[in-house]
Ligand binder design. Structure first.
Ligand SMILES: Cc1cc2nc3c(=O)[nH]c(=O)nc-3n(C[C@H](O)[C@H](O)[C@H](O)COP(=O)(O)O)c2cc1C
Length: 185
């Protein structure tokens, strides 16, 4: 593994705030290709992407507000506006879903794992291009309302909303602790 790859992995941290400039169309395509190069048992390409930028971020914001209203019909306009604003916290959001389906040889967990690996590829590639990221989920990720709004199939599982842009702040780099979670056999 190239030294710079290892350094990028060990020094990665999430952005705390994301602003313009965002990756452009060509850069976004590069990031999606990086995701689609994750290890993929059976080459099933189980990833599905929905790219939200500019005004289209409102599709997610409106769906998140709908989710909040469905959970608690009495919520006020302020809460709903807060949900809508969440989708504007970054210039670009890539929603990533796993289209894991029953397969004679490849268990669904492996298909989901491939997509999760793809998200990390995307995050690392974004860092290499000079952009920051936040991997988020929350109730919206598990809502059929959101899946429908973004054009995913009901059976797809949204594994993350990758918020993308220029990092205006970064979380501290965590120590990669392996003691206590490793047995050297
Ligand atoms: C599947 C998944 C879902 C996550 N969802 C959220 C989330 O909704 N909100 C959040 O603050 N962090 C979420 N995180 C964690 C952050 O993306 C981040 O990795 C974590 O806060 C550690 O910070 P670091 O990336 O700087 O080490 C999620 C991580 C994963 C793997």
């Amino acid at each position: 593994m190239a030294t710079e790859v290892l350094e990028a992995i060990l020094n990665r941290s999430s952005a705390t705030r994301l602003v313009e400039p965002a990756p452009d169309r060509a850069q976004l395509e590069t990031l999606l290709r990086a995701a689609a190069r994750a290890p993929d048992h059976g080459r099933l390409a189980p990833w599905r992407f929905a790219v939200l930028q500019g005004e289209s971020r409102r599709i997610l914001g409106d769906a998140m507000a709908e989710v909040a209203r469905a959970r608690a019909p009495e919520v006020g306009a302020e809460v709903l506006d807060g949900e809508r604003r969440k989708a504007l916290r970054a210039p670009v959001i890539v929603a990533v879903a796993a289209a894991a389906r029953p397969h004679p040889k490849i268990p669904e967990v492996e298909q989901v794992a491939a997509v999760a690996a793809g998200i990390e590829n995307l995050i690392l590639a974004a860092g290499q291009l000079g952009f920051g990221t936040m991997w988020k989920t929350g109730a919206a990720a598990y809502s059929p309302i959101v899946k429908r709004a973004l054009g995913f199939d009901e059976a797809d599982q949204i594994l993350g909303f990758v918020y993308l842009g220029t990092a205006a702040g970064l979380a501290p780099v965590r120590n990669a602790e392996i003691d206590g979670v490793t047995r050297w056999l």
